[in-house]
Design a protein around this ligand. Structure first.
Ligand code: PLP
Length: 370
C-alpha cells in the first residue's frame, strides 16, 4: 500500500515510519497497558517520553545550556501575543522586519502589547502586486538600539520567502537587541545557530508533528521580562520552572514530536536533512524555471526550500491542474487564498520521490494542456 504525496502547508505530511510506530503503540505504549493519550502527564511513562523528546530536540538543534526548551500550546498565532507579554514588560519597544503574511499578522497583534517600529518592510521594494517576494537587505534595516527585541520570520510559509543569512546586530547598531524568530515552517530543516537568537518559536504542525504543540526555545535572561497581565500559563518563567507542566501539556503531540525527533536522528540529523531539502527544492524550482507555463515570483536568493508557491501562466487551468494532481495522488497543492495559484510544501517528511512525482506531473500537464 503506498500513500499519496501530501504537499499541504500544515498540518502537513509526517514520516510514514512515525505514523506506523504510533499505530503499533496506540493501544499499549511499551507494555504500560495505556495509550499515550490516557497517561498521567506526571507519571513515569510520560516523563520518559517528554524528557527524551527534549533531549533529542536539544541534540538535533545543538541548543546551548543557557536556553530553555518549552512545550506550550496556542500555536504561533497565540505566541504573537504571548511573546510581547513576556518580553516587553520592562521595555515596550519592539522592532519588526516585515517579509510576508506571517510577520504582517504578528506585528498587528504585537501592537496591542508594545510600541512597534517596522524596521524594514519588503512591501517597499520586494513585492509585486502587493505580494511579498524578497527580504530587505540588512543595511536598510532601521533598528532601534534600545528595543526589547527584534521579531522576524525565518520562513514565510504563505509567500515562500526564507532567510539564508542572519543579521549581525552589532554591525547594525543594535548589539544588545535579541532576535526573536518565528521558525514554525523551517525548524529542523537545516542547522540553525541558536546562540544568534534570543528566542525561537513555532507551531509543531509543519515540520515536527500534530498541531496543538508550540515549541519555544528561549534564552535564560529573557525569562524575567514579563508584563504583569501575562497569563500564568503563558509566562515563560512559570512554564520553565514547572518543566512545561504548569498546566497539562499537549501530551500526544509531544509524543509524536518525540518520534519525529528520533526519526530525524536516524536520517542523519539536520545536516543530512538540509542536504536532502536542498536537492528537493532544486529539483522543483529547476522544473518551474525551465518552463514559461509555470512561474514563481520570489527572488532567487531567498526562495524557500520548504514552501514553493507557483502559478500557471493560464490561471483558467487551475481547477484542471488540481483535479489531475489529485487523481495522481498529489494532494493539497492549492495556494493560500491570499496569494492564489499553487503551493507545494516540501517539508522534511516529503521524500525526493514525492517531489519527482510532482515534477513529472508538471511536465505531463504542460505537454497535454499547453
Ligand atoms: C503556520 C504558521 C503560523 C500559524 O501557526 P498556528 O499554529 O496556526 O498558530 C505562524 N507563523 C508561521 C511562519 C507559520 O508557518
Amino acid at each position: 500500500m503506498t500513500r499519496p504525496w501530501n504537499f499541504g502547508p500544515g498540518p502537513a505530511t509526517l514520516p510514514e515510519a512515525v505514523l506506523r510506530t504510533a499505530a503499533d503503540e496506540m493501544l499499549d505504549w511499551h507494555g504500560s497497558g495505556m495509550s499515550v493519550m490516557e497517561m498521567s502527564h506526571r507519571g513515569k511513562e510520560f516523563m520518559t517520553i517528554i524528557e527524551r523528546a527534549e533531549a533529542d530536540l536539544r541534540e538535533l538543534m545543538a541548543v546551548p545550556s543557557n536556553y530553555k526548551v518549552l512545550f506550550m500550546q496556542g500555536g504561533a498565532i497565540a505566541e504573537n501575543a504571548i511573546i510581547p507579554l513576556n518580553l516587553a514588560g520592562k521595555n515596550p519597544k519592539i522592532d519588526f522586519v516585515e517579509t510576508g503574511s506571517w510577520t504582517t499578522k504578528s506585528l498587528k497583534e504585537a501592537r496591542r502589547y508594545g510600541d512597534i517600529n517596522v524596521a524594514a518592510s519588503s512591501l517597499d521594494e520586494h513585492a509585486a502586486q502587493g505580494k511579498y517576494t524578497g527580504i530587505p537587505s540588512f543595511d536598510e534595516w532601521r533598528l532601534r538600539s534600545d528595543a526589547a527585541y527584534l521579531h522576524l520570520c525565518s520562513n514565510e510559509t504563505i509567500d515562500g520567502v526564507e532567510y539564508f543569512d542572519w543579521p549581525d546586530m552589532a554591525a547594525l547598531g543594535a548589539p544588545d537587541v535579541p532576535i526573536v524568530a518565528d521558525v514554525s515552517s523551517d525548524i529542523l530543516s537545516r542547522p540553525m545557530d541558536v546562540s544568534k537568537f534570543g528566542l525561537l518559536f513555532g507551531g509543531a504542525q509543519k515540520n515536527i508533528g500534530p498541531s496543538g504543540l508550540t515549541i519555544v526555545i528561549v534564552r535564560d535572561d529573557l525569562l524575567d521580562q514579563a508584563q504583569a497581565a501575562c497569563p500564568s500559563a503563558f509566562q515563560y518563567k512559570t512554564v520553565a520552572e514547572n518543566g512545561s507542566m504548569f498546566n497539562t501539556p499537549p501530551t500526544y503531540p509531544i509524543y509524536i514530536a518525540g518520534l519525529v525527533f528520533q526519526w530525524l536522528k536516524q536520517q542523519g540529523g539536520v545536516a543530512e536533512i538540509e542536504r536532502r531539502n536542498i536537492a528537493k527544492a532544486a529539483l522543483l524550482y529547476d522544473a518551474l524555471d525551465a518552463s514559461s507555463f509555470y512561474v514563481n515570483h520570489v527572488e532567487r536568493n531567498v526562495r524557500s526550500r520548504m514552501n514553493v508557491p507557483f502559478f500557471l501562466a493560464d490561471e483558467a487551468l487551475n481547477d484542471a491542474f488540481l483535479a489531475g494532481a489529485k487523481a495522481r495522488g498529489l494532494l493539497q497543492l492549492k495556494g493560500h487564498k491570499s496569494v492564489g495559484g499553487m503551493r507545494a510544501s516540501i517539508y522534511n517528511a516529503m521524500p525526493i520521490e514525492g517531489v519527482q512525482a510532482l515534477v513529472d506531473y508538471l511536465r505531463e500537464f504542460e505537454r497535454t494542456r499547453a
